[in-house]
Design a protein around this ligand. Structure first.
Ligand SMILES: *Cc1c(COP(=O)(O)O)cnc(C)c1O
Length: 376
């Protein structure tokens, strides 16, 4: 926890769980990522944390923005980004939203099939398209599975279709899976990308861009490699597969940009056992899966938890949220070690919660307010 967050929480008077995001950490993450890949442009994935203060800081630092909807495009523009610094990176877009984005000046669109190419060709003539290819997400704690992207063998056809319809067939994208802890994960996708570049060249289409996606991790319970290690591995893979003609590249960090910048403060509402001889205690917080901790689904992301009694003897506990839905259990398969002395009313801190929390929080499930956010 940063001193600024500690100081902020000490002076906070309002009730209820909140996340506090320290812009100094965002600033240093931006500079670490930008330095790790000095020839690569950074497109911050807005969905990770769209707080206006975060977007304005990044716009000021020179970041571009990866947006998934017209609303996100408008947020990036309100923060000071010009449309040439924005990509519409969602492969699933309504035609009228493509048109709105185009009218706002956005020219860079993602596709993974011919039907999406046709929508863009109808309403965004001359726009640049990049084709997303599938990645298996191996090595990632939050793999993005088969929802996005086509098999690499199909990409040249998709791009050629766009080329024939008057679009600028511009490049390839992929996402190696979020919280990707293997720095070599980009290698096989880059091998596929270079094969698609060659295939397109044979068809008279010169691709320019490889969008390397996100995947850069935040530190949760385990150490993760530094941004520099990712930069070096990615540069080696680019050289291996593209030789002397390395394409333009962009990265789209979300979690790696803001995850470590945030800290949630929550309160212990109840501690109980299911029977007198239950070996584990149940600890219920005033925040759960519906209050912003959706990424605990399948216990995929394991957040570090601090209590005011750290240092005392610990025992395994099931950790759950406050709502009346039985899915609202954070960690049960692998219980959390918490101090035996932990008491109802104690404040706990949930670390590295700057990404994928505020936006995942329900509006009013059981009447609980959405996660309050402070950016300092
Ligand atoms: C969510 C998303 C990202 C950000 O991924 P992280 O793993 O959080 O860095 C980047 N690109 C696209 C297209 C995404 O959907």
């Amino acid at each position: 926890m940063t001193d600024r967050i500690r100081e902020f929480l000490r002076n906070r008077r309002e009730e209820g769980p909140c996340v506090v995001v320290d812009l100094d950490v965002v600033r240093s993450n931006y500079s670490a990522l930008a330095h790790a890949l000095p020839d690569t442009r950074v497109f911050y994935a807005v969905k990770a944390n769209p707080a206006p203060e975060v977007l304005s800081l990044l716009a000021e630092l020179g970041s571009c923005f990866d947006c998934a909807s017209v609303a996100e495009i408008e947020m990036a523009m309100a923060a000071g980004a010009t449309p040439d610094r924005i990509s519409f990176g969602n492969t699933i877009k309504k035609e009228r939203d493509i048109e709105r984005a185009f009218n706002l000046g956005v020219r860079l669109f993602s596709v993974d099939c011919k039907a999406e190419v046709e929508k863009i060709a109808r309403v965004a003539h001359g726009a640049k398209i990049f084709c997303r290819i599938l990645c298996d997400g191996a090595g990632a704690d939050w793999p993005l599975s088969r929802k996005f992207g086509c098999v690499p063998e199909m990409a040249a056809d998709v791009l050629e279709h766009g080329h024939r319809l008057g679009l600028d067939a511009y490049g390839i994208s992929f996402h190696v899976g979020s919280q990707q802890k293997n720095v070599e994960a980009w290698d096989s996708a880059l091998a596929s990308a270079s094969a698609i570049f060659r295939e397109c060249a044979e068809r008279g289409i010169q691709l320019s861009l490889v969008n390397l996606g996100g995947g850069f991790p935040a530190r949760y319970l385990q150490d993760v490699p530094a941004a520099e290690a990712y930069g070096e591995a990615i540069f080696r893979a680019l050289s291996r597969h593209f030789g002397n003609s390395i394409p333009d590249t962009i990265i789209e960090p979300g979690r790696g940009m803001v995850g470590a910048a945030g800290m949630i403060e929550a309160e212990v509402v109840l501690i109980s056992k299911k029977s007198e001889d239950d070996p584990v205690r149940w600890v219920y917080l005033d925040i759960g899966k519906f209050g912003g901790l959706a990424e605990t689904m399948d216990e995929a992301i394991r957040y570090p938890i601090r209590t005011p009694r750290d240092g005392d003897a610990v025992e395994p506990c099931v950790l759950a949220g406050p709502t009346c839905d039985s899915a609202d259990v954070l960690y049960e398969k692998t219980p959390v070690l918490l101090p035996v002395s932990l008491a109802i009313g104690d404040k706990v801190l949930i670390e590295a919660t700057g990404a994928y929390t505020t936006t995942y929080s329900a509006v009013a499930f059981n009447g609980f307010d959405p996660l309050r956010s402070y950016v300092i």
